[in-house]
Ligand binder design. Structure first.
Ligand code: PLP
Length: 223
């Protein structure tokens, strides 16, 4: 029997529960977001048929057409990629959660009456191209988000750098999150952990895992 995305999802859920148990955490407080970038809508349908409802995309155009194609399903879409301010309002139409707020200009572009859940992305590298706000810039950005109508700050998001032990990197996010909570007590969520490092992220308190290839299999060659 071929291994399907639904089989891989089940294996990931088992591994998540196991990592949660080791960390003495309740697996029920951890959301697995299946990141489906570069994969067709049919793969999302397969996972939805297996009962999954949280999906992530990182590129606006692809996400826009995929979510339109899947509008008959009751899914929660998470936008996890870098976001241009001029695309912000369009992303808001299909995404319930935005994981990548990293600057004041984007906060302005996202203001609206209708609320959206959001994470501030923290950059754990020295490279601004990786996306995310620096630790130094974090308090001011938290303040901007708290004063913007229509944005509910859920917590922090980060991607572990390639050249650092993931557990150490995620510990830095947890520490930053403690400082954020002094300003925004409800911003308790942590969006961190991908296919290769979700167990380490769970050990440091991750509440939202963004898992792509471990669920979808390898990305199809890009057209
Ligand atoms: C693609 C992507 C993921 C998932 O990565 P995998 O290594 O395939 O699990 C997570 N977060 C972001 C921001 C992504 O772009």
């Amino acid at each position: 029997m071929p291994v399907t995305p639904a089989d891989r999802l089940a294996a990931v859920q088992t591994a998540v529960a196991e990592a949660a148990r080791r960390a003495e955490r309740d697996p029920g407080e951890i959301t697995v977001i299946a990141v489906t970038k570069f994969h067709p809508a049919s793969l999302v349908r397969e996972l939805a048929a297996a009962g999954h409802c949280d999906f992530g995309e990182s590129r606006h155009q692809e996400a826009q057409s995929k979510t339109a194609e899947l509008a008959d399903l009751d899914l929660t879409w998470h936008f996890v990629g870098q976001l241009q301010s001029k695309k912000a309002r369009q992303v808001r139409r299909y995404a319930s959660v935005i994981h990548s707020i990293d600057r004041a200009g984007l906060v302005d572009a996202l203001r609206e009456v209708e609320p959206v859940d959001a994470f501030i992305q923290l950059n754990l590298t020295d490279d601004p191209a990786r996306g995310g706000v620096t630790t130094d810039g974090l308090p001011a950005l938290v303040d901007d988000v708290l004063h913007a109508p229509g944005i509910r700050l859920r917590g922090l998001m980060a991607v572990a750098p390639r050249d650092e032990e993931p557990r150490r990197a995620f510990a830095r996010v947890r520490e930053a999150s403690e400082r954020v909570r002094a300003l925004a007590p409800d911003a308790t969520a942590l969006s961190m952990g991908m296919s290769g490092d979700f167990a380490e992220a769970i050990a440091e308190g991750a509440t939202h895992l963004r898992i792509g290839s471990a669920i979808t299999g390898n990305r199809p060659p890009r057209a």
